[in-house]
Design a protein around this ligand. Structure first.
Ligand SMILES: Nc1nc2c(ncn2[C@@H]2O[C@H](COP(=O)(O)OP(=O)(O)OP(=O)(O)O)[C@@H](O)[C@H]2O)c(=O)[nH]1
Ligand SMILES: [Mg+2]
Length: 299
């Protein structure tokens, strides 16, 4: 080891869809790298967020939320990525929603090997609880089926107790050299980030079904004389979905483009020219070949 005092650990955020894993990741690393939304199945790929403080380096792994009842190839891919993140890491954060622990949470908890070292139960969204006392029976019920190494109630949205969680993680990091430079906070490209921000703006503006049938491909990403030119295609599965994304007189697509552009300009600190197209790729979410082309590496 180059520095015998350095500590480094991989920490997975695992949990059902919509419990707030990506919100927590962004809060832990103090920057938005993972998109979030009130709709389920927002995160689709494994994504790293890195935080280095002094001798400690934590590499967080955000994962797609585990979900059931969807049988398409994209859903199978997402669940596989979710489950894979349980193994080969130093610490697992099992994230649940304080208002709702269901069969799906239980199923996922049952998938975690009993000999997992450093399994921390993170109970999120405590800001929504009307009575904090209801946490005790909630904790008792979940802790019955697993002997957690620590249990920490938090609010990822408000930042409540997130510092305690970070301290708990730091106290469990193994001695190892850092893997990333101390100023690096993510491992994804700006190109990927751009596609995700555009997808996030689409998710919040279209109805309940389309977010699951929509993806974004960056066709061109080039900086010229202080202007970042981004051309992106939004793929959906049907003509009717295309019409919804575009909206009357193209108004919805325009709003998606404007909000995405503004956010990207802030994040990347550069002026952005964003051009969006909407295309139909029939049944892409259920076609392994198309999924690979869209960047979801189904092997
Ligand atoms: N009130 C409240 N809402 C929260 C909190 N954390 C997350 N949320 C909200 O819960 C919704 C889901 O959050 P995400 O971070 O996208 O959840 P996720 O677990 O990453 O979801 P998937 O990527 O689908 O697995 C969003 O609307 C968040 O704003 C919290 O602590 N309190
Ligand atoms: Mg997420």
């Amino acid at each position: 080891m180059n520095n015998p005092e350095e500590k480094t650990g991989m920490v997975s955020l695992v949990g059902k869809t919509n419990v707030g894993k990506s919100t927590l990741l962004n809060n832990l690393i103090k920057q938005k790298v993972s998109i979030t939304s009130r709709k389920p199945q927002t995160t689709r790929q494994r994504l790293l967020g890195i935080r280095t403080t002094g001798q400690n380096q934590i590499i967080y792994v955000d994962t797609p939320g585990f979900h059931r009842g969807h049988k398409r190839a994209l859903n199978r891919f997402m669940n596989k990525v979710a489950l894979a993140a349980i193994e080969g890491v130093d610490i697992v954060l099992f994230v649940v929603d304080s208002l709702n622990f269901s069969e799906v949470d239980q199923y996922l908890l049952d998938q975690i090997p009993k000999n997992t070292e450093n399994l921390i139960l993170v109970i999120n969204k405590i800001d929504k609880l009307s009575k904090k006392e209801s946490l005790l029976p909630f904790i008792r019920d979940i802790a019955e089926s697993y002997d957690f190494d620590a249990i920490i109630p938090i609010s990822a949205l408000k930042g409540e107790n997130v510092k305690d969680l970070e301290e708990e993680i730091n106290s469990r990091l193994p001695l190892a050299d850092h893997l990333y430079p101390e100023d690096q906070i993510a491992d994804c490209s700006e190109r990927f980030l751009a596609s995700e921000i555009i997808r996030e703006k689409c998710i919040t503006r279209v109805g309940d079904e389309i977010p699951y049938r929509l993806t974004v491909i960056i066709e061109n990403f080039k900086e010229e004389r202080g202007l970042l030119n981004i051309d992106a295609t939004i793929y959906v599965e049907k003509n009717s979905q295309k019409g919804i994304v575009i909206g009357a007189q193209g108004k919805k697509l325009k709003a998606i483009g404007t909000t995405a552009r503004k956010e990207l300009e802030k994040m990347l600190d550069i002026k952005v020219m964003l051009r969006l197209w909407v295309k139909v790729k029939k049944d892409w979410t259920n076609d392994n070949h198309a999924l690979n082309l869209m960047g979801y590496k189904v092997v």
